[in-house]
Design a protein around this ligand. Structure first.
Ligand SMILES: [Cu+2]
Length: 134
């Protein structure tokens, strides 16, 4: 089981590197990199069941971005498991919060699908490793 998870991780990494090589030369300058999205997960360490994702969204001048739409998606690193979806609502200017229900212990990746008020889209992801069983 452990070996299979490691193999999966290596395969994912290889795929990511391959994509970077493919797109590295042709990608136009990406202004979306200048937007910052800070993330926080609670509880800490994360456990199976509902987790709260809190995000802080800022523009290149570090001003809070209000009125964005943020869809949440969580995937496990192994194959054959359906993703989990949620939505982060704005709870204060530039601060967004939503819930995801992580149904299995192990390593997860949380994807953020962000649509800015002007329609521009940002995609970010971050790992949430070693989610503990309840
Ligand atoms: Cu799983």
């Amino acid at each position: 089981m452990r070996n299979k998870a490691q193999l999966n991780r290596v395969l994912v990494l290889a795929a990511v590197i391959f994509c970077l090589i493919l797109t590295g030369c042709s990608r136009p300058p990406d202004s979306s990199r200048n937007f910052t999205i800070e993330h926080e997960i609670s509880p800490q360490p994360a456990r199976t069941g509902p987790v709260v994702v809190t995000l802080r969204l800022a523009d290149p001048a570090a001003r809070a971005i209000t009125g964005a739409h943020i869809a949440l998606e969580a995937d496990m690193s192994h194959a054959g498991m359906a993703p989990v979806f949620g939505e982060a609502k704005e709870i204060a200017p530039g601060r967004y919060q939503g819930e995801l229900s992580l149904g299995m212990a192990g390593d997860w990746v949380i994807l953020l699908h962000v649509t800015l008020p002007g329609g521009q889209r940002l995609e970010r992801q971050f790992p949430v490793n070693d989610v503990r069983p309840i």
